[in-house]
Design a binder for this molecule. Structure first.
Ligand SMILES: [Zn+2]
Length: 330
């Protein structure tokens, strides 16, 4: 079931779709209405499929030129950064691959400044990490020595896919899949650049997270117009299995990122306070961040865990269906 292609940058908004981009069902419900202050370019609802629970921005927002779309007007760019804890989270994600043979080559897709490869090298010091990102940040990351090869563009670009085909022992997509216009096509391309028997690691926000229902528009993944899709765990696993992969592990506890309350409060204050008064809200946001971190050990064991991680093994050579274009039905 093809996704709506992204509208051209600077062009008119794409039409709203009446069916689920994942399974084709027409039984949709509105999970979140567009923000009243959204511009025509960013006014998209979050719809959810009643049949497969896939959630998606409908219609997709129009990209603003080559740069990525910005958050909704009046929002802060995100929860306060906590570099030490981010690094711990990245190390934990890398350790999810420790039970398997040490990878020689690893591609991190949507790597940005390549902070994940930088941390993961402490776990896998002999692995060659490459990065792929649509922005030139990845070039700067290579110049800073955080990765060995930098690829600028999209994994689904046929030239990139052809160049990297079958090269990697591990391909990781951390909070990237839901930001691509067509997650199914992105998965196909990710498996194409993986060697037979290699491992795919995917981490995404969990649409079933109880914070989504509780916080509504203030839940961080809901507030990001770059978050085009929210994929249920079962759908992702079924898709990978249909492509011949074996699901090696799924993990909600380890993937939880403690930001829900502080991000919601930051968004709320950004909307409620005029710009000159916003710094006054910083202590409140920091206090909420402390609560997020205090509650994390408890929440990550419940439906409040806000993300999940899947590790899947691509079929060894000569085993399982090819990773060519999807031919199955909904
Ligand atoms: Zn569906």
């Amino acid at each position: 079931m093809p996704s709506t292609p992204p509208p051209p940058a600077g062009g008119p908004p794409a039409p709203r779709r009446d069916d689920c981009p994942w399974c084709g069902s027409v039984r949709l419900r509105t999970r979140l209405r567009p923000h009243p202050r959204a511009t025509p370019r960013t006014a998209s609802a979050v719809d959810e499929c009643r049949d497969c629970a896939h959630a998606f921005r409908n219609p997709p927002p129009v990209p603003e030129g080559p740069a990525l779309p910005r958050p909704l007007p009046g929002t802060l760019p995100g929860p306060p950064p906590d570099r030490r804890r981010h690094r711990r989270h990245r190390l934990a994600a890398a350790r999810a691959l420790l039970p398997f043979p040490e990878p020689e080559s690893w591609l991190d897709v949507g790597t940005g400044h390549a902070r994940f490869p930088e941390a993961a090298r402490d776990v896998f010091p002999y692995t060659a990490f490459d990065g792929l990102d649509p922005t030139p940040r990845v070039i700067a990351a290579r110049e800073a020595g955080r990765i060995e090869e930098a690829h600028v563009g999209r994994l689904t670009d046929p030239r990139i896919e052809e160049r990297l085909r079958g090269r990697y022992d591990v391909v990781s997509l951390f909070h990237h899949l839901g930001r691509t216009p067509d997650p199914r096509e992105e998965l196909r391309a990710a498996l194409a650049v993986l060697r037979p028997g290699g491992h795919l690691v995917v981490e995404v926000p969990d649409p079933a997270c109880a914070f989504g229902a509780l916080l509504g528009p203030w839940w961080f993944p809901h507030s990001r117009i770059r978050q085009l899709h929210l994929l249920p765990l079962d759908n992702l696993c079924a898709e990978l299995e249909a492509r011949g992969c074996e699901i090696v592990s799924t993990d909600r506890r380890g993937a939880h990122v403690p930001y829900d309350l502080s991000a919601a409060l930051a968004l709320l204050l950004a909307r409620a306070l005029p710009a000159p008064l916003r710094p006054a809200g910083t202590p409140l946001v920091l206090a909420a961040a402390a609560v997020d971190h205090t509650l994390a050990p408890l929440l990550r064991r419940t439906r409040f865990s806000n993300a999940y991680r899947v590790v899947a093994r691509k079929a060894p050579a000569g085993d399982g269906p090819p990773t060519g274009p999807w031919t199955g039905g909904p």
